[in-house]
Design a binder for this molecule. Sequence first.
Ligand code: CUA
Length: 342
Amino acid sequence: MHIRLNAFLNVMAALVGSLLLTGCAGASLTTIPPTTPSTLDPQGPYAKSIASLAWFIFVVGGLVFVAYTGVIWIASWRRRNARPGSAPGAEAPSLLIPIAGIAIPAILLIGAYAYTSSTAAAIPNTVPGALVVEVVAHQWWWQVQYPEAQVTTANEIYIPVGRPVEIHETSSDVVHSLWIPQLGGKMDLIPGRTASMVIQAAQPGTYRGECAEFCGVQHARMDLIVVAVPAAQFAQWLSEQKTVPPAPANAHLQAGQQAFLGSACVYCHTIRGTNASGTLGPDLTHFASRETIGAGILPNTRGNLAGWIVDSQGIKPGNRMPPMQMNGDQLQAMLDYLESLK
Ligand code: CUA
């Protein structure tokens, strides 16, 4: 009995330990900060109410754990120290224990249910005056659109600090789920349906989001970042994103543009102002203004970009981009051209 009790306690300790990992701290494969988006470090009003609920459930669950393991421990201790020869269950049976065993969990579960549903009900799906952002999930990246400004970008959502942001979201292929733990709740993106979720940031900063529904081999590398900036800076960013990039300023950039437009890139990517108008992959019109590539998994540096163009399958196996074959000069020119798309 004693050995079994120890084994039981070890299992329970492991379960509690795994509970402490709530919010997937460290679960992300990327090394780009912020790498550990935790539910327990909320940075906006909606995320805050979810964090309060998480703490409530954790504390109540912890008390239940302590109380019930205590009862089991006391029972086994009494059994071990019982007078020799006394039969188990010699005491008069008491109705109190089974009644308490039903009543206490029922009260706790009803309380947790009430708190959970009131928290969920208090987080709106739509807010008057909110900024609307449309997100379409793809295997394995995020298309981001600002319908009012007619701006399309990818894997990066700019938002103004202090203003609610309504994310209208759907999927182009399988079920995904968008979760930005520090700014709000989690919502599934389902093909053929549009759902709405509201996030809000109280402080400027960069917040990591990720796909929270298994969606294929690169599910774990389907990240995005949310950049919260003051309203004036957001307006400036949006107006820059609206512009069409100028024609290549010199022969070298022109060669880079030709390398891009003359290759298979144009079937999947859009660069406004050129004849590249594919929509299977991210819009690259202002590619160089983004901080990451590969859906939030790599810093947007020249070396990473070169590796991605030549062998994205080596970096993110199974993604939809085939390897691009070109010579060194073409690659360097294409890198310069893409890096000019601020
Ligand atoms: Cu998309 Cu998991």
